[in-house]
Design a protein around this ligand. Structure first.
Ligand code: ADP
Ligand code: ZN
Ligand code: ZN
Length: 748
């Protein structure tokens, strides 16, 4: 790192200070770059990080251009010098800089926002932290039950902290703790003073995922796999920036196709990036890539800053040429990139829900284009956008694997109509008779089951039997969820806890009851009804430590448990040959979302969960429980018929003007009170309507489905442009709006 003297030193003949002007992209919402002066002998190149003064503070930004002159109209004497150059050679390649620019333009944020998202946090901040803080209970000094009760009365936050740590059963990373509980650090500090918890700083472990394991022999490819691999290798050999959609049912050997293409890419001396959904980033997945590709860098959200930093450097230096990771691995600084793979491309987790709000699928295609790389997007249930692009527009090549390998058949799916099932007396219905029978049979054969329910907690709502009112969070417009292990109600949006309500908020009736079933309640029911079941529950309430996920999966594989019951965590990427029964406890949860993608999401979920069954010659059975057995999403998923489902859904999207036939953009406004938010939204609507062509509808302002979050009121505008190009005149206005406080512009 080179530090600068504080002011431009020499003046040239013309009165301008000698030197150059560095354009710097900063991580602020403002969509422009800022110029700083640098001395002539400083070799700063685009892509390097610099520290610069911004207002009264210092910030780290990325140099994106070097000019000989100060910006037009700016008094050179007022251009401030950069404080320090942080990288002798550029950290971001020219292609990544351009990629950042495109992300910013397409997703309504600044170039600096996009570039910051590409860098590991340590590099974004300018210095590496090498330790993590962990927090744990001091076992010997656990407070008594009475002490805890008292604590809950007087200091509920401290009690919440203790309960969490107790449940975790070991040291938890502080960052993770704060994130999950929504608490600040101060209750922990108080507990430390009482001598109940302690903090420890540990040196970050480095590169836990970088070891090499034994190499596997690849299986003989099937005929269908061979066709796919040939097409990919041919494109790789031509160094063509070609895009492929690999449409293959679960278990059809898509991963094997990826591996062959990767091998070819490595032979060429190039590298590859493999994106998988965070949740599918299991040790199982990683081991498979490592067994075939040798050294593999793994980038996922559980990495500490230092780990991420080290992996980044290993990739940047060219030492590691295969990266497997979640969304952010897209930005791995691979010097010679030949191949980008996005597995389970339809996954909603590929969409980032904070700035920059990009979709990994689009960015993968764009990066491949910029770098002359091949992009392969794979799925058993392709997103309708891509499916349409491949089938109708032919802008992406379609490769298909219609059958499971090795004669494996897709499991039989039985749809059970919950309306005709009766619950146990005094309980909510969890297991239908067919599902219970299937489970009993599986246990008798010493086989295992996976049960899926997309709702954590005990019961998703509290409801008054007299007037029908549902108890809501005081600061958000959503029902609260009861968590039995805490004996409290929790808002899943703001994480605020409250006591069990004794009376209805509206009519003061005491007949409030818990309605519906979450994973906690489902677990209770299974234990009650099936004594043979040894259940591991997997949801955010049980997976509290970094290691929990892997521990439970290992125990399940080893037979310690025979049922895995959980949320999305159990739906994706798991491959256990002795799982023969899969139950979807309530397929409708996904359908009730007020969103035009609800049906697509439900179809995907049911298909993916079903794909966990019958992955060996023992076959498998899937039971899907629903109150809507005739819904096309459920009917077609049960028949494993993506093509029909897509055709029906696309016809509707075309008729009602939704993507992929239209561009859909949402402008979300937020403020502390109704008047302010109405004004903000009204102004935005007027600005947009002024430029909108007739093919472009601006709907609203209206209240979004969740009108209040954390005490802030929200309004939304929905823009539908059909054809998508009709959005063009609105873009400049949207680019203005996204810089305003309280406004979020996003694809919808
Ligand atoms: P997908 O990614 O489509 O779900 P996988 O690549 O995981 O499918 O393949 C499913 C299973 O079949 C894996 O256990 C894999 O090792 C095996 N497999 C894949 N291709 C072949 C093949 N050509 N011959 C034998 N087994 C294969
Ligand atoms: Zn009531
Ligand atoms: Zn809330």
């Amino acid at each position: 790192m080179r530090r600068m003297s504080s002011a431009p030193a020499q003046q040239s003949l013309f009165g301008l200070p000698e030197g150059k002007y560095v354009r710097v992209a900063l991580d602020t919402p403002v969509r422009r770059e800022f110029s700083y002066w640098a001395p002539p002998d400083l070799s700063v190149e685009p892509g390097a990080r610099v520290r610069v003064p911004f207002g009264s503070r210092q910030r780290v930004g990325v140099a994106v251009g070097i000019d000989p002159h100060p910006p037009v109209g700016v008094d050179p004497a007022r251009v401030r010098p950069i404080t320090a150059l942080l990288d002798e050679s550029p950290l971001l390649t020219p292609a990544l800089l351009r990629l950042g620019r495109t992300i910013a333009d397409e997703n309504f944020c600044s170039w600096g926002n996009a570039l910051a998202a590409m860098l590991p946090a340590t590099l974004r901040r300018g210095r590496a932290r090498r330790t993590v803080t962990r927090v744990e209970l001091i076992g010997a000094k656990l407070p008594s039950a009475e002490a805890l009760d008292e604590l809950a009365q007087r200091f509920p936050k401290q009690e919440k902290a203790i309960a969490y740590l107790q449940k975790a059963g070991g040291p938890v990373e502080l960052r993770e703790f704060l994130n999950r509980t929504g608490l600040s650090r101060s209750p922990l500090d108080s507990l430390q003073k009482r001598g109940w918890v302690r903090f420890s700083k540990v040196e970050e472990s480095s590169l836990p995922f970088l070891q090499e394991t034994l190499r596997d022999q690849p299986p003989q490819l099937t005929e269908q796999q061979r066709v796919c691999v040939d097409a990919l290798c041919e494109a790789l050999d031509r160094r063509a920036a070609e895009h492929f959609l690999l449409f293959g049912v679960t278990g059809s050997g898509k991963t094997e196709v990826y591996l062959h293409a990767l091998e070819r890419c490595l032979e060429q001396g190039r590298g590859g990036i493999v994106l998988v959904p965070e949740i599918a980033l299991t040790p199982q997945t990683v081991a498979r890539f490592r067994a075939r590709c040798g050294e593999v860098a793994v980038l996922h959200s559980g990495l500490t800053d230092a780990e991420r930093h080290d992996q980044w450097k290993a990739i940047r230096s060219g030492r590691v040429r295969v990266v497997v990771g979640a969304r952010s691995a897209l930005f791995a600084p691979m010097p010679e990139l030949g191949l980008i793979i996005v597995d389970e491309e339809h996954e909603s987790s590929f969409k980032q829900e904070s700035v920059p709000r990009y979709h990994a699928r689009d960015v993968a295609l764009e990066r491949a284009r910029l770098e002359g790389a091949v992009a392969v997007l794979g799925s058993a249930t392709p997103s309708l956008e891509l499916w349409h692009a491949a089938r109708e527009q032919r802008s992406i090549r379609l490769l298909e694997l219609p059958e499971r390998v090795a004669g494996g058949r897709l499991p039989k799916v039985q749809v059970v109509d919950l309306r005709s099932e009766s619950p146990e007396k005094g309980h909510w219905l969890v297991l239908s008779a067919p599902l219970r029978t299937a489970l009993e049979q599986a246990f008798a054969r010493e086989e295992k089951a996976i049960l899926f329910l997309n709702r954590r907690g005990y019961a998703p709502a509290w409801h008054c039997r007299d007037c029908g009112t549902v108890v809501h969070c005081p600061s958000c417009d959503v029902p609260i969820t009861y968590h039995k292990w805490r004996k409290r109600a929790l808002c899943h949006l703001c994480l605020r806890e409250q006591e069990q309500p004794q009376r209805c908020q509206a009519c003061s009736s005491t007949k409030v009851q818990l309605v519906g079933v979450g994973t906690e309640r489902a677990e209770e029911a299974v234990v009650r009804q099936l004594p043979e079941a040894r259940i591991a529950r997997m949801d955010r309430d049980t997976m509290l430590r970094r290691e929990s996920y892997e521990e439970v999966l290992n125990a399940f594989a080893a037979g310690e448990y025979n049922v895995l019951l959980g949320t999305q965590m159990v739906a994706k990427g798991l491959d256990f040959p002795d799982v023969t029964v899969v139950g979807v406890l309530n397929a409708d949860t996904a359908l009730h979302q007020p969103d035009f993608r609800a049906a697509e999401r439900c179809f995907n979920l049911v298909s993916q969960v079903a794909g966990r069954a019958g992955r060996s010659d023992r076959g498998g059975k899937v039971v899907v429980q629903t109150f809507l057995p005739d819904h096309p999403a459920i009917r077609h998923a049960a028949q494993h018929d993506f093509v029909r489902f897509a055709a029906g859904e696309l016809a509707e999207r075309r008729e009602f003007g939704y993507p992929p036939f239209a561009a859909a953009v949402r402008v979300l406004c937020e403020a502390d009170e109704v008047r302010a938010v109405d004004r903000l939204a009204q102004q935005a609507a007027e600005a947009l309507r002024e430029v909108a062509a007739p093919q472009c509808g601006v709907l609203g302002p209206a209240a979004p489905p969740v009108e209040r979050v954390r005490g802030r009121v929200r309004r939304q505008l929905l823009i539908k442009a059909m054809p998508p190009e009709a959005l063009a005149p609105l873009r400049p206005v949207l680019q203005e709006l996204c810089q305003k406080q309280g406004i979020v512009v996003d694809h919808w």
